[in-house]
Write a protein that binds this ligand. Structure first.
Ligand SMILES: NC(=O)c1ccc[n+]([C@@H]2O[C@H](COP(=O)([O-])OP(=O)(O)OC[C@H]3O[C@@H](n4cnc5c(N)ncnc54)[C@H](OP(=O)(O)O)[C@@H]3O)[C@@H](O)[C@H]2O)c1
Length: 200
């Protein structure tokens, strides 16, 4: 952080973007992979934010347009089978951002959380879950444009999921057992589709 501030001459924005995933039945995920997800997806944002805060506060005091941005996930909004740990880290990041937003009221540091659904990035290279299971990939450029528009509008939640994924989110909020029933017949297919899914 010190090096970044020295090179950039200050810090206006921190984006907690780095993330990794291993999806599988919990008992088949290596302990080291569980720890790697928690460290990168949750511990790193907490430590990076802690280190960045003095600089973000200074920028916020100067121009009231500093920002802390968390790249969470649709997996942080709805607990999906075989994504228990990844989803937990992303749900954790969501609450972290929410708490920080309230800690930073009046500081000139805007806090926003992004909830992408599946995006066509290297992270998705080893998953075989496709559109039929709700994992149709969006092009990076489309998602980035929505994120930038959301930030410019100073939104606090930027949800880039496609409509069918949002329907699942709404059903989960309204009637979680109905979503269980919808997912149940697809469990074996979902399990097979993520058996080699790992970006760590
Ligand atoms: N792609 C999706 O469908 C999707 C959906 C929802 C949320 N997200 C989230 O979006 C964020 C970006 O993911 P992406 O799709 O762009 O994945 P990606 O292409 O795999 O990029 C992952 C990023 O994390 C960095 N990274 C990985 N391991 C690291 C480590 N141990 N230490 C420091 N940096 C590390 C990588 O840095 P290097 O390039 O230096 O390796 C890279 O910049 C992640 O938080 C991910 O969870 C992605």
């Amino acid at each position: 952080m010190t090096q970044a501030v020295a090179v950039l001459g200050g810090l206006d924005v921190l984006v907690n973007n780095a993330g990794n995933v291993r999806a599988a039945p919990l008992e088949e995920i290596d302990v080291a992979d569980i720890e790697a997800m928690i460290r990168l997806n949750l511990l790193a944002p907490a430590l990076a934010t802690r280190a960045a805060l003095p600089h973000l506060r200074a920028a916020g005091a100067q121009h009231a347009n500093a920002a802390l941005v968390g790249i969470a996930s649709a997996s942080g909004l709805v607990g999906m089978p075989f994504y228990a740990v990844y989803g937990a880290t992303k749900a954790g990041l969501t609450r972290f951002d929410e708490a920080m937003r309230r800690e930073l009221i009046g500081s000139g540091v805007h806090v926003a959380t992004v909830y992408p659904g599946p995006v066509d990035t290297p992270m998705m290279a080893t998953t075989h879950a496709g559109a039929d299971l709700g994992y149709g990939l969006r092009p990076v450029g489309d998602v980035v444009a929505e994120i930038m528009a959301g930030l410019e509008a100073r939104r606090i939640d930027i949800n880039t999921q496609l409509p069918e994924r949002r329907e699942m989110e709404e059903l989960n909020a309204r009637d979680p057992l109905a979503l269980d029933a919808t997912l149940a017949p697809t469990l074996a297919e979902r399990r097979a589709a993520v058996s080699t899914y790992r970006s760590i």
